[in-house]
Write a protein that binds this ligand. Sequence first.
Ligand SMILES: Nc1nc2c(ncn2[C@@H]2O[C@H](COP(=O)(O)OP(=O)(O)OP(=O)(O)O)[C@@H](O)[C@H]2O)c(=O)[nH]1
Ligand SMILES: [Mg+2]
Length: 535
Amino acid sequence: MSAAGDRLGPRVRALAEALEAAEGRGDAAVLEKAKAVVDRAGERVAFSGSYTVIALAGATGSGKSSLFNAVTGTDLAHVAVRRPTTSKAMAVSWGTELPHELLDWLDITARRLVPAGPNAFSDLVLLDLPDHDSTELAHRLTVDRLVELVDALIWVVDPQKYADAALHDGYLKRLAPYAEVMMVVLNQSDRLAPEELDRCLRDLRRLLDAEGLKATPIMATSALRGTGVRELRASLAATVANKQAMARRLSTDVTVAAGALADDLGSGPVPELDEDLTDHVVRVLGDAAGVPVVVDGVRKAWRKRGSAATGWPFVSWLGRLRPDPLKRLRLDVGSGEHSPTEVNRTSLPRATAVQRARADQGLRELTDGASAGLPRGWAQAVRAAAAGREWLLLDRLDTAIAGADLSVRRGTWWWGLFGVLQWLLILAVVGGLAWLFANPLLVALGLPTLPPVAWYGVPAGTWLLAGGLLGGVLLAVLGRVLVEIGANAHARTARRSLDDAVAAVVDDEVLEPVRLELDRYRRARAAVAAAARVR
Ligand SMILES: Nc1nc2c(ncn2[C@@H]2O[C@H](COP(=O)(O)OP(=O)(O)OP(=O)(O)O)[C@@H](O)[C@H]2O)c(=O)[nH]1
Ligand SMILES: [Mg+2]
């Protein structure tokens, strides 16, 4: 295919991809135009891609229909003094069959077949359009619609109105990117003296150049006298033979649409999620979800259970009367204690207003950073990606906390050893007491007494009693110190695993949706760049 058409397929596909990514985020008008281009390109190629569609457009009375007849060698177009004359677009094509699908797509009902003859064109559909500047709105709408669809345009102007704002401001300036597929014909040249015609053509050229239409050729004709008609025919034939018009037109459509889309997407650096702000969000959300309360509960529970297991039995039973801090929060209950159908819920205190406010602010700062510099629609989408699930967030955090392994249930191996030692020491106390009170009791009962046993002059019963008491207290103190160390270590471990659980939920509910949205933005930018790349 032609140079312009080489990358047309991939470029249209890239534009479609950009559109899909930008859906609901980009400027609606820009997206709509780009979508029209994608649809049009697909349809135009599908409907008789081998034909070139060229339209004669211009102000009323400039002589479009007259020129149409002159070029086609027919009198198919209606020419009159009454203004405006042509109210419906008309098409002619040469050969044995009309390209009906193409004409249906163009929505042109007035269609004529010109039999092949010596002056016939092949693969050309020539259109005579209504005027673009009439009082009839329908005429202008027809022109506007077909200007978007045809492969090439010939603007027919006359000596009086060639500089009209309706033409230059309404069409030509805006169509500057299509300069290569347009041509301006100064008709009614017979009305001007040769020097006037020259001046007129120079003026027209200057106007077009100033409007960015340097690539648009101009020529002078007289439909009345037939001047320039041969040259116009030759120019049409060359355009058709070169087969570039359609591809150029569509290619320019894609370039223009991709340019508008690129402007809409912006070109600044793509923002990213800030790690410090992310850590901050995990922390404040953890606070709001009750992580510090649970960590404190773990410390206290370890302390309480450890003290009960290793403490001095004379007092440690008192501790058992206190409620278990984790059970009170409905945490660290055995898995069998949950019904499998029931969601694991804790009884953690609800987040305070201050905690909620800090969590909200943290989230806002995070998403503000991740949407900084993005176009409005995209920034909104990033914020919405994170914000839409706030209500879910605390709920899921609670479930995550309920499910976190706090590993306080099992206790530790040396607790049992301490327990046994404590009971042995109790035995010593009881044995000592028994020994001390045995002889007075035996004497009172008139029974033979036990032989006195003493170490270092102190009765053995006293040794046992004092040793048992002292040992028990010392062992309890040592146990207390070790339990405290264990409690702190477990609190740290719990903190880590809860932070991980919170981080996983935050990642799932906030960071991942934001990342996906930023990926989508990057994808849209890459696709637009690919659509804009001509080679
Ligand atoms: N002197 C002169 N008159 C022309 C020329 N071309 C067209 N006319 C006349 O200008 C008038 C308008 O011609 P049309 O061909 O109907 O013009 P049009 O651009 O199709 O006008 P609308 O259909 O109303 O948009 C007619 O009276 C033609 O005879 C020309 O080259 N020289
Ligand atoms: Mg006409």
